[in-house]
Design a protein around this ligand. Structure first.
Ligand SMILES: [Zn+2]
Ligand SMILES: [Zn+2]
Ligand SMILES: [Zn+2]
Length: 548
């Protein structure tokens, strides 16, 4: 007999519902709501905490760069949802009507005419579907098939599944099988019509009410109305006429007379929309690649989040001809390192390159990538991809960044080791990185204590550095010796602009804290200085025991 699991949240079984919780999610995160919802997570409403509906694992999305599904697997490999067991997950495009496995046999039909017999069939009704009561289901003519949460009407034979809490079985019966004799014998035509009319359909994107609120200050004189923008899944950012999609995080602005938000939005490719919209997107992506890019000579910002097939090479070729392009962000599973690297030197105006979720496994490509980077003279923000190729070429990449005199933000995730991290400090000594404000190498678990110590001891000559992040994952805590903390605190004093030092998962003892606190007091930015080293959990996580 299946039991209700501890921490299981049956209300969040539906991916579409989980996705909606992210409407209120404003935290900077490299993860998109779609990825998180698909990996079983919903937004808890507190800080950037997201939680699995099944195993109740809580993650903080802010500084983690590999996909949420990977983190989920790493921390709770035996989450039953991940293992593909029947946990009642309702995927985004799952529908209510199920194909009957068997046609009803005549003797069964006779047997289940009795409501009591139908109710008895629900003995093993799954724990996750308890929000829909067997009593109501059997009263509405349904018999439990024993498979997932699929029920079948004894009279018309129609099968329904994917029940969510508070669903009304009669309403579903009427909506999907209005001709059923049993239904018509129990409900009047009027009632049936009413059931059908009150049905909202399976539109997944009705996050509308919060979207509408965001448009309170949208200029009425704007050539595109708020209603059309809301319908395309967009939020008003409150600035100028810039709107944003909560799913793909893409921005759209400079609206003109006759613009169709749905079209503009689904061309820079977001799949939050309904099934119908998705096929619309596919047909455009496949037949007429990237007309919006070709028609925009002044394109400055290009963010693409996409998990389906697309002709990446044509996309990059189209982008490479946009000489004013200043910003590129790719996320999703469409990226191919090779064509991108070959065309990269063409992006002469590029200021922001964010490849934080992309994967470059190949050493040769990573080498080409390093040299191409060295030619992007205007680059201000660089978020490097992950993968073994980048790891092997990290030193060369750092050396090439020495040429980037405008660089203000540099992020490496997972790819640095003791040799390449110290290279960053060496480049700084050689007068590279003079404008660098943010240096982030979180989650570089290959760096040993000795590596950090060498880095701190070498680090110097970064007059503009405001934020340094050396955080690790909470499962990869590091306990360091007093000498390492001492080198760190000495270096902190040589970084005059430093205001933020993030070192989550460093296990500091009272002595270390005393030393760092004293150092910060002496620092020119002491009034504004913040040091983060402890994970602060805004709520207590439910640690799940393995189910025996
Ligand atoms: Zn889970
Ligand atoms: Zn029926
Ligand atoms: Zn979008």
């Amino acid at each position: 007999i299946e039991k209700m699991q501890k921490g299981f949240n049956s209300r969040m079984r539906s991916e579409a519902k989980r996705l909606k919780t992210f409407v209120a999610y404003n935290t900077f995160s490299s993860w998109t709501p779609q990825e998180m919802a698909e990996a079983g997570f919903y937004f808890t409403g507190t800080k950037s905490g997201i939680q699995c509906f099944c195993c109740s694992l809580i993650l903080f999305g802010t500084s983690l760069q590999s996909p949420p599904m990977e983190h989920h697997k790493k921390f709770h490999p035996d989450c039953e949802f991940l293992l593909g067991k029947d946990t009642g997950n309702i995927a985004k495009y799952d529908i209510r009507v199920q194909n009957p496995e068997h046609t009803l046999r005549r003797d069964n039909k006779a047997r289940y005419q009795e409501e009591k017999a139908r109710l008895e069939s629900f003995k093993n009704w799954p724990f996750y579907a308890q929000g829909t009561s067997p009593r109501e289901l059997s009263a509405a003519g349904f018999v439990f098939t024993g498979k997932c949460d699929t029920v079948q009407c004894f009279s018309c034979g129609g099968c329904l599944g994917n029940w969510e809490d508070d669903d009304d079985p009669w309403k579903e019966h009427a909506k999907w099988f209005p001709k059923c004799e049993f239904l018509q014998s129990k409900k009047s035509l009027e009632e049936i019509t009413q059931y059908i009319q009150s049905y909202e359909g399976f539109d997944n994107s009705n996050t509308d009410s919060s979207n509408i609120k965001s448009f309170k200050y949208w200029r009425p004189s704007s050539p595109v109305g708020a209603a059309a923008l809301v319908k395309a899944g967009l939020f008003y950012t409150g600035k100028s006429d810039i709107v944003q999609c909560f799913s793909c995080r893409g921005y759209l602005h400079e609206w003109q007379e006759g613009d169709d938000p749905l079209e503009e939005h689904s061309l820079p490719m977001c799949l939050i929309l309904t099934k119908k919209d998705e096929s619309f997107f596919h047909s455009i992506a496949l037949t007429a690649p990237f007309p919006s890019i070709q028609n925009s000579p002044n394109l400055q910002v290009f963010h693409l989040k996409c998990n389906s097939f697309l002709d990446f090479e044509s996309l990059v070729t189209a982008l490479a001809s946009r000489k004013k392009l200043e910003e590129i962000k790719f996320s999703g599973q469409f990226f191919e390192a090779n064509p991108f690297v070959i065309l990269l030197p063409n992006f002469i105006s590029l200021k922001i390159l964010n490849l934080g979720l992309q994967y470059n496994p190949d050493k040769e490509t990573a080498e080409k990538f390093a040299y191409a980077l060295g030619s992007l003279n205007n680059l201000e923000e660089l978020i490097l991809p992950i993968g073994d190729g980048i790891h092997q070429m990290a030193k060369l990449i750092v050396q090439q960044c020495q040429h980037l005199q405008c660089l203000q933000v540099l992020q490496f995730f997972q790819t640095l080791d003791d040799g390449s991290v110290v290279e960053i400090a060496k480049v700084a000594i050689n007068r590279g990185f003079q404008k660098l404000k943010h240096l982030n190498f979180s989650l570089n678990h290959k760096i040993t204590e000795e590596g950090y110590r060498n880095f701190f001891q070498t680090l110097d000559n970064l007059p503009n550095l405001q934020e340094l992040t050396v955080s690790r994952h909470f499962k990869e805590c590091i306990k360091v010796q007093a000498t390492t903390v001492k080198s760190l605190s000495q270096r902190v004093l040589r970084l005059p602009s430093l205001m933020k030092l993030n070192m989550l998962s460093w296990l500091l003892d009272a002595e270390d804290i005393t030393l760092l606190t004293a150092t910060i007091k002496k620092h020119p930015q002491s009034k504004h200085f913040t040091l983060s080293w402890k994970w602060i959990l805004p709520f207590s996580p439910i640690i799940q025991e393995p189910i025996s």
